[in-house]
Design a protein around this ligand. Structure first.
Ligand code: PLP
Length: 423
């Protein structure tokens, strides 16, 4: 057994990243041009998305969620602790993203679209200047039916990839880990996807999916542990958030810092989102991840610099959590590498805290999200931790700056959870 004592076992904690560098000195492993290319690709596909998924039509085929101030929730959290709220609290409601009802509607759908575009362009069926709504036609669905898309998933990635791939006409095979909920498997099968179930954990489901896909030259594997495209899909969020903040007249600068708290599984979603925010706001944004207390894989990957080789179970954590979307015993090495110099820190949160936040969010704001999506509320405990207060001191987050601060809890999933399951 390897040992790691910087966070508690079985209780919540905060780890501050000692490798973080000031923005001007940090290394940027993904270029702005790559992120721009992803943004442009989503714009090309917007007419297709609007046509195929009517719930996105009002937003012109962009898959985007609301940024909502949740002051009642903020008051409740801080009142229960006898503290004053430091700044304003917002929810980024990716829990209610159209099509897939989770943050995976950013990365997962993006990668499927990219693959579809590559195939269609390479085969002379599509050019970049076309109106992509033609992709809804039979010529394309028939063409894509010769190809397979596969992915390993704890649930939500499978949903986003499965729904979008099936809509385009691809054959779909989803490799589900034991953590995946039955309703997610049922929903995927109802869309025509083949679901293969494993009695084992996420790392194993991904491994089998990868091997299965390699046997078929017409099969494409979305590799959650390695994919740059997934990361880029998530990274399109930064510019979208900036526009939403501006629309609500929210300034972000040295005197008005932005704090963002995002749940992490393998790290792709929170990594891509945070990275793009760092590119935009530099030192004025502080990005924290949140992980289950028993499954802090990204934390261990960065803290030990063992990246994808860090397995929570080798450090005495069970890897078990009600937060199925975060139940990844090993992180993405791609992401831990990219984020090592960017990330502020990682909160760990217990299952019972997740349940309490779920209840509180529904009670105060009437918003229903899944357990994983509540992990970001751990960020509201920043000042409860001694190392959190030290972090603030070191980064110029004094009382003045904090009173002007904006805190965004990124709610990453939940709108598709059936009501019975939610209860
Ligand atoms: C997948 C997922 C995350 C984390 O994304 P990773 O890319 O695995 O880090 C967070 N919340 C929910 C609800 C998810 O489905």
């Amino acid at each position: 057994m390897k040992s790691f004592n910087e966070i508690p076992h079985g209780a919540s904690g905060l780890w501050i990243n000692p490798y973080k560098k000031p923005s001007a000195q940090a290394e940027y492993k993904i270029s702005d041009a790559q992120i721009k290319d992803a943004q442009d690709r989503l714009l090309r596909f917007a007419p297709y998305i609007a046509k195929k998924f009517s719930e996105t039509a009002a937003n012109g085929g962009l898959i985007e969620s609301e940024l909502k101030e949740i002051s009642r929730m903020g008051e409740e959290i801080y009142r229960s602790r006898g503290e004053k709220s430091p700044g304003r609290l917002f929810l980024k409601a990716d829990s209610h993203l159209p099509i897939a009802g989770s943050v995976k509607a950013r990365g997962g759908i993006y990668e499927v679209l990219r693959h579809a575009e590559d195939l269609a362009v390479q085969n002379g069926l599509l050019s970049y200047g076309d109106d992509y709504s033609i992709l809804a036609g039979e010529k394309f669905t028939k063409f894509f039916s010769d190809y397979t898309v596969q992915v390993g998933s704890t649930g939500n990635l499978g949903l986003s990839i499965g729904i979008m791939s099936a809509a385009l006409g691809f054959k779909v095979i989803i490799h589900m880990s034991a953590d995946a909920k039955q309703w997610k498997k049922d929903l995927l099968r109802s869309r025509g996807a083949e679901v293969i179930e494993y009695p084992s954990d996420y790392t194993q489901a991904v491994k089998n999916g990868r091997l299965n896909s390699q046997k078929d030259p017409n099969s494409y594997f979305v590799d959650d542990e390695k994919s740059v495209d997934l990361f880029l899909g998530y990274a399109t969020a930064g510019k979208r958030l900036k526009a939403q903040l501006e629309k609500q007249n929210i300034t972000v600068d040295r005197a008005h810092p932005l704090m963002v708290y995002i749940p992490a599984g393998v790290g792709g979603a929170p990594g891509g989102i945070s990275y793009s925010l760092k590119r935009i706001y530099g030192d004025n944004v502080h990005c924290f991840f949140a992980e289950p207390a028993e499954c802090p894989s990204v934390l261990l990957g960065i803290a030990t610099q063992q990246h994808e080789n860090a397995d929570v179970r080798e450090y005495g954590f069970s890897g078990k959590t009600k937060a199925d979307g975060l139940a990844c015993p090993r992180p993405s090495g791609l992401v831990t590498g990219i984020m090592t110099q960017q990330l502020s820190g990682i909160f760990t949160v217990t299952d019972s805290e997740l349940s309490a936040y779920m209840k509180m969010l529904n009670g105060t704001e009437g918003i229903r999200v899944e357990p994983s999506a509540c992990a970001g509320f751990a960020g509201c405990s920043l000042l409860s931790f001694e190392n959190g207060r030290e972090y603030c001191e070191k980064h110029g987050l004094d009382e003045n700056a904090l009173s002007n601060s904006v805190h965004i809890v990124w709610a990453t999933g939940g709108s598709m959870v059936p009501p019975g399951e939610y209860e």
